[in-house]
Design a protein around this ligand. Structure first.
Ligand SMILES: Cc1cc2nc3c(=O)[nH]c(=O)nc-3n(C[C@H](O)[C@H](O)[C@H](O)COP(=O)(O)OP(=O)(O)OC[C@H]3O[C@@H](n4cnc5c(N)ncnc54)[C@H](O)[C@@H]3O)c2cc1C
Length: 455
């Protein structure tokens, strides 16, 4: 198609692809849904992006920014065809580590782990650590507001974004935010771009806050007879003033799944396990925190509390959590995986209701995740694909419960395509109209990532 081939003028022949192999390689993400794009391009610099967007805007061509394509909700999928704007080839540089101000400036295609390693060499620390950190990009992390294991203490991506440079669909460059800690001049446009899933502007540069890296850390595991005890322990421990880095959980189904796959001696009769980590600079500080956690856990039905003696034992403790997601596949051919989030005190009720939904629909729903921030990965496991619609009915009920408990549809994976049909459960018509007006202000011709977020 001539309109697409014109893009070669901007990126060069060597950065434009419309052959079958590339179209197939860029047609899916971690949802495993497939939508074939019309072409894939690799822009070399911001100036090219300005020209590309201006051209696509004038010609009403859909354009989809893409990082590593590890998204769980289809954010980087060309659901209406169009151009994949792949940032990974050239936009992968760390531009500046400003040690004096504890700030790093990066291009969006930098892989999360590469950034973490680079700043840690300088004694600094970038805490957001999605489980996809080995491949997901900072641009994708900002666009989905990614979280990770350390969020209980250190927060999520949005807590580190200081400034964003981006290109609007009309080709103009905007700078949102500053290198300063305080900035109350004008609307918080950087805040609006965070979690905007590539629907408003193409991010070309990100300035992130760094902190000092704590010297010590220790992990521990608590075993609970019931999931209710474990969930009570989570919010009561956190409310008592201890701030663990992580407070993760596995329910009984998840424990059994990991054990059946890896034979690690996990407590298969436990209702749940909680896995926690604390950090600090003094051993006394670490031991004090662990002591407090053990006390709170035991007050809430913990039957065994085990502190890792060394790195090897810590690794063993974390093994179950790291392998939960792949292990639960034993329960069904199709995993309907959601990441609802509720205020922590509502976790006991949430888990009880999910159990009831599992029984009502006849699905196993293993749950695990980031209880320290109220974020539960619920996995409706569908064994027979003819039951898939019933699976989505169960998901809809789970979403309704999360919203009724003052929670949200997504704590970290975003809306994309997968959760778009459920937006009405969480937002009023007036709120959706406001989202649409915002989208229109940035992208009046709806060329940037159209069809996402239910807009
Ligand atoms: C095994 C696995 C584990 C995961 N664990 C976690 C986890 O612990 N926490 C978590 O939060 N997520 C997790 N994820 C989900 C996913 O990795 C994150 O959403 C991540 O932030 C996506 O980054 P990406 O580079 O792959 O982005 P992509 O999937 O390529 O894109 C995601 C969105 O960002 C937009 N985008 C990308 N770059 C730009 C840009 N430069 N400008 C504008 N928009 C852009 C895209 O259009 C799309 O809407 C996991 C995924 C997998 C497969």
């Amino acid at each position: 198609m001539g309109a697409y081939k014109k893009l070669k003028d901007f990126v060069g022949e060597e950065n434009y692809y419309d052959d079958e192999a590339h179209l197939q390689a860029y047609c899916y993400d971690a949802t495993r849904e497939r939508y074939i794009p019309d072409c894939v391009i690799f822009p070399k610099n911001e100036d090219e992006i300005c020209k590309i967007l201006k051209y696509c805007n004038e010609n009403r061509i859909a354009i989809i920014p893409r990082g590593a394509g590890s998204g769980f909700t289809g954010g980087a999928l060309p659901s209406n065809g169009g151009v994949i704007l792949a940032m990974e080839r050239y936009f992968n540089n760390i531009l500046e580590i400003d040690k004096k101000n504890m700030i790093v400036r990066v291009q969006p295609g930098v892989v999360n782990k590469h950034l973490q390693d680079a700043v840690e060499k300088e004694g600094l620390f970038y805490p957001p650590d999605p489980a996809s950190q080995e491949y997901s990009t900072i641009g994708g992390n900002v666009s989905e507001n990614a979280g990770g294991m350390r969020a209980a203490k250190y927060g999520i991506t949005k807590d580190y974004v200081m400034a964003i440079r981006a290109v609007l669909p009309n080709g103009e460059i905007i700078r949102a935010g500053k290198k300063t800690i305080k900035d109350v001049a004008g609307y918080n446009i950087a805040g609006i771009l965070i979690a905007s899933e590539g629907t408003l502007a193409v991010i070309t540069e990100i300035t992130l806050k760094l902190i000092a890296k704590p010297k010590l850390k220790k992990s521990a595991m608590g075993i609970f007879a019931t999931i209710e005890d474990a969930m009570n322990a989570v919010y009561k421990t956190m409310a008592s003033g201890v701030t663990p880095v992580a407070m993760e959980f596995l329910d009984n189904l998840s424990i059994r799944a990991v054990e059946s796959k890896f034979n690690k001696g996990l407590p298969i009769n436990a209702g749940a396990i909680l896995i926690t980590e604390v950090d600090g600079n003094l051993n006394e500080e670490i031991m004090y925190q662990l002591d407090q956690i053990e006390q709170k856990f035991k007050e809430n039905g913990c039957i065994e509390f085990h502190i890792a003696k060394d790195d090897k034992e810590a690794e063993d403790i974390w093994f179950a959590r790291r392998n939960a997601s792949q292990s639960i596949n034993i329960y069904g051919k199709k995993k309907l995986n959601e990441d609802i989030t509720v205020p922590r005190s509502k976790l006991p009720e949430l888990l009880k209701k999910i159990d009831e939904i599992g029984k009502k629909y006849g699905f196993k729903i293993p749950c695990f995740g980031h209880t320290g921030d109220g974020n539960v990965h619920t996995n409706v496991m569908v064994e027979d694909l003819k039951d898939i619609d019933k699976g989505y009915e169960a998901i809809e009920e789970i979403f309704k419960i999360a919203v009724a408990l003052e929670g949200t549809l997504s704590g970290e994976h975003g809306i994309g395509l997968s959760k778009a049909p459920f937006m009405h459960l969480a937002f009023t018509q007036a709120e959706m109209e406001l989202f649409r007006s915002l989208k229109k202000a940035f992208d009046p011709n709806n060329i940037l990532n159209p069809g996402k977020m239910g807009l």
